[in-house]
Design a protein around this ligand. Structure first.
Ligand SMILES: [Zn+2]
Length: 261
């Protein structure tokens, strides 16, 4: 059953109670269907996030495309698969978007730095928007989604030096023509990223509450990376399913024994 619509100011209060501080750099992953109904949705949610962050804060959202066959255009390519809030966010006045198939969008004090050019490979390394949120000691907010949606854990994999990869490609414009670029990405089904929830909870490094009607989790990017890197150093394949569960994790496992060419 849907509850009553929650106002913008109530959501801002929920965010502050959770620990979103004025002036923070905040990377948000959302599932809007879990949050609604809220006032002026989904613009109301974005406005509430900006209200909680204040003038000096920075709001960041994933803004990537899933279309590998057409060149990414930061002005026109939709952000499919990351939810309607993310796809609305990059279109708003004043919001910057990085020019990369693994784009992120940002508004606020650190937006220029966060959306500065970044390499296609690796998409979520230190020199990427999630890497910059980490370096700026930013926070990660999961709204109605679990850590399986948390791209900062890919940064941890990159920093831990995991060897598994999956074959990927994107299309870029080169010499005026669409050109396919093949690369290998640290990737798998990502379901087991949910293990991070317990690791953070055990150390009191995560705050939980409600934002709108959704369960919300808030943690420092650096704490997410620390707990994940520690576990990856003990067991490189801790996030991969056992063989035979899904093709993504199987491909990643196989790449360790036989590196992808
Ligand atoms: Zn899997």
């Amino acid at each position: 059953m849907l509850g009553p619509a929650i106002s913008r100011s109530q959501i801002a209060k929920q965010l502050r109670d959770l620990g979103v501080g004025p002036g923070s750099v905040l990377l948000v992953h959302t599932s809007f269907s879990k949050i609604t109904p809220v006032e002026d949705a989904p613009q109301g949610l974005i406005a509430a996030l900006r209200l909680a962050l204040g003038r000096e804060g920075t709001l960041v959202m994933p803004s990537m495309t899933e279309d590998d066959d057409r060149p990414f255009d930061s002005k026109t390519t939709p952000c499919i698969g990351m939810g309607i809030v993310s796809d609305m966010f990059w279109r708003l006045p004043g919001v910057l978007r990085s020019d990369n198939p693994s784009a992120f969008a940002a508004v606020g004090e650190q937006a220029v730095r966060i959306t500065a050019p970044h390499p296609i490979d690796p998409p979520h390394g230190l020199d990427s928007p999630v890497g910059r949120v980490y370096e700026l000691d930013g926070q990660v907010l999961l709204l109605g989604v679990g850590h399986d949606a948390n791209t900062t854990i890919h940064l941890a994999e990159s920093l831990a030096g995991v060897r598994y990869r999956r074959k990927k490609y994107v299309t870029v414009v080169k010499d005026g023509k669409p050109t396919r670029v093949d690369y290998q990405e640290i990737d798998h089904c990502c379901q087991n990223f949910n293990l991070v929830d317990r690791w953070l909870e055990e150390r009191g490094l995560q705050r939980k509450g409600y934002v709108g009607h959704a369960e919300a989790r808030l943690a420092q990017s650096q704490n997410i990376v620390t707990v994940a890197v520690e576990q990856l150093r003990m067991n490189e394949t801790i996030f991969l399913h056992p063989k035979g569960v899904d093709v993504e994790c199987d491909e990643a496992r196989e790449s360790i024994a036989t590196p992808v060419q």
